[in-house]
Design a protein around this ligand. Structure first.
Ligand code: OAD
Length: 248
């Protein structure tokens, strides 16, 4: 049963985190909100301004690759100057003190890696990688601005962002690693996600089915709140460092 933020809830969660050898962290757009990255849902969310079916589906890209790229180029420009916040840094500290740790993020902004997390899987891909629709070659691409849109591969074919669009499968390796971690984790820390998009949203439940203790950090109630063992109501940049420091 989820409990809202209380000192007791924070302490119980911090104690579990401190005592655990195997921890899975699952993050969503909310962990980057205080760095200035827009979330998807909610009053200021990207999906209030744009329709996902116009911009984040393979069909949209086939119809109008330039329009889709304009949106991704805009997001790259917006995110490029941003920096990790205290929540990202606390998750990096948690990784360094935990025997078996995995951070599974739904974010494509790359900020967890900048903060120092290495045991990291990007379930929805990365804004900073491109994939050739012709030769399939994958490569890092940090150019901002990108130049002529849509960008092209040396082979001549159009490049696409290496992100997961609606209707597409998630990268197998990333999902496999996240599932494995969910099956063995003692504690799952879920930060800043509305927990509405599957399969990422299933990870806490899978872990709970294997006996894990699930801690949620979010200023709002979410689809996960009722089933979380502790649900802490507040901002990631305040509560994640508090959790990690209290557990030392
Ligand atoms: P959402 O935009 O659905 O949810 C963001 C969550 O962050 C909400 O629950 C907010 O309450 C919470 N939040 C806002 N500010 C916060 C803060 N300062 N600290 C902590 N939490 C905060 O984003 P995701 O759950 O990440 O997929 O969305 C999942 C997927 O849906 C995305 O990866 C994207 C989107 O469509 C694809 O593009 C495939």
């Amino acid at each position: 049963m989820g409990s809202v933020r209380t000192e007791a809830g924070l302490e119980a969660a911090a104690r579990r985190l401190r005592d655990a050898d195997r921890v899975l962290a699952l993050t969503g757009a909310g962990v980057s909100a205080e760095s200035g990255v827009p979330t998807f849902r909610g009053p200021e969310g990207l999906w209030r301004q744009f329709r996902p079916e116009d911009l984040a589906t393979p069909e949209a890209f086939e119809r109008d690759p330039r329009l889709v790229w304009e949106w991704y180029a805009w997001r790259r420009e917006r995110i490029a100057p941003l920096e990790p916040n205290a929540a990202h840094r606390a998750l990096a500290a948690l990784e360094s003190r935990t025997v078996e740790f995995l951070l599974a993020t739904q974010n494509v902004d790359g900020l967890h890696a900048v903060a120092g997390n290495r045991r990291l899987v990007e379930l929805h891909g990365s804004l900073w990688r491109v994939r050739c629709t012709g030769c399939r070659k994958l490569r890092e691409d940090r150019r901002v601005p990108l130049g002529d849109l849509p960008p092209r591969c040396a082979c001549g074919a159009v490049l696409r962002p290496d992100v997961v669009w609606f209707g597409e499968a998630l990268p197998e390796g990333a999902v496999g690693a996240a599932l494995k971690a969910a099956q063995t984790a003692e504690v799952v820390l879920v930060v800043g996600t509305s927990a509405l998009v599957y399969p990422a949203a299933a990870l806490p439940q899978i872990a709970q089915g294997h006996g894990a203790f699930v801690v949620e950090v979010n200023p709002e109630e979410t689809a996960l709140t009722a089933s979380a063992d502790v649900s802490l109501r507040g901002r990631a940049a305040e509560l994640v460092p508090a959790l990690v420091e209290a557990g030392q």
